[in-house]
Design a protein around this ligand. Structure first.
Ligand code: SF4
Length: 340
């Protein structure tokens, strides 16, 4: 295994490349512990290019742990709107409150893991980048790079199993003098060079260490079994009445999207619409392929539950809606669907 036997040369190659090639991201050009924490939480399920405007907006409104800790939860959720996976915003809010109250402050990855929303990857990233603590980050990017560098053809049941299998190697090749930059160099290589499809091996700084590129089978690694795609059909309704639209408010104790509004599901209102839908939307979430049909129905005869509310159409922009629902509602309103 070349990266083990020639570890210093591997680390030097990664360090030299990262110093030259790293993207000037705002949490790198103006680094701080707080900016590192926010960027890591935002990046958990969102691509960097998508999160950049949200990050800038967030920093203007909540520039430090204290301002975030003091903010009302509605303002926090509003500034997260569009990024999805809102539990991250709630966790970040609670983390700021906990962090402000903590004494002493967390430094090691183990200490950071005690805070809300911080798992093994994020704790390793924060403690290594902000505190130079020697813990390796291991996620899908790092697994891919290490599997290819070592031509590891083992088949893993899922990402979690692969992450566990490569943790020892990631720790073994970690540059313990400069763990933050080493970890970021691995993330950067996975994001910009060692891509899932069509890795750019000809410009890769560690090509000479790469055992799969030498054999030409890098595209097939890592070998992780994929879940079969599940098809899901959802019927939603568009019901307007006297300048208001009927929306569903997701309960506060829901595991996902708590407190947010969405277009109601027909089933929840005891409705079974038929005919041509106003719109049909498809999206994929992990292994689920979701097709949502939106039907226009009259307000008469609809029996509301405590989770359904009439919202004035002019107030729709001020409430917290999940990203797709906001897009759909804007589109429906723009197409003139303002009445029953
Ligand atoms: Fe990935 Fe290619 Fe570099 Fe190997 S040489 S680490 S496959 S980009």
């Amino acid at each position: 295994m070349r990266i083990r036997s020639d570890r210093d040369a591997f680390q030097n190659a990664m360090a030299a490349w990262y110093a030259e090639a790293r993207r000037p991201l705002p949490w790198r050009t103006q680094p701080s512990l707080y900016r590192t924490v926010v960027s890591e939480l935002m990046a958990q399920q969102t691509q960097i290019k998508t999160m950049l405007p949200y990050f800038e907006r967030w920093m203007k409104r909540f520039p430090d742990f204290e301002s975030l800790a003091d903010a009302p939860s509605e303002a926090v959720l509003k500034h997260w709107e569009g990024l999805g996976y809102y539990s991250r915003a709630r966790n970040l809010h609670q983390l700021a409150k906990d962090y402000v109250a903590m004494d002493p402050k967390p430094v090691s990855a183990e200490e950071w893991r005690q805070l809300p929303g911080i798992g093994p990857y994020t704790s390793a990233a924060i403690s290594s980048i902000a505190h130079n603590h020697p813990t390796a980050v291991v996620d899908g990017n790092v697994v891919r790079i290490l599997a290819r560098l070592t031509n590891d053809e083992r088949v893993f049941k899922n990402n979690g199993e692969a992450v566990k299998a490569f943790t020892e190697l990631a720790e073994a090749v970690l540059n313990s003098e400069n763990p933050g930059d080493h970890n970021q160099s691995m993330m950067e290589l996975g994001a910009t060079v060692c891509l899932k499809q069509k890795p750019m091996c000809t410009v890769c700084p560690v090509f000479r260490f790469c055992e799969s590129a030498a054999r030409g089978n890098q595209d097939s690694l890592p070998k992780i079994q994929r879940k079969a795609t599940e098809q899901v059909e959802i019927e939603r309704v568009w019901i307007c009445h006297e300048g208001q639209v009927l929306l569903h408010r997701i309960p506060e104790d829901a595991k996902q999207l708590a407190g947010q509004y969405e277009l109601p599901k027909a089933f929840d209102l005891g409705l079974a619409p038929s005919g041509k839908p106003l719109a049909t939307k498809t999206r994929s979430i992990t292994h689920r392929r979701i097709r949502e049909k939106i039907f226009r129905l009259p307000a008469e005869g609809v029996t509301l539950t405590s989770e359904h509310q009439w919202v004035p159409i002019e107030a729709v922009e001020t409430i917290t809606l999940s990203g797709p629902h906001r897009r759909w509602i804007r589109e429906l309103l723009a197409n003139g669907n303002k009445s029953a």
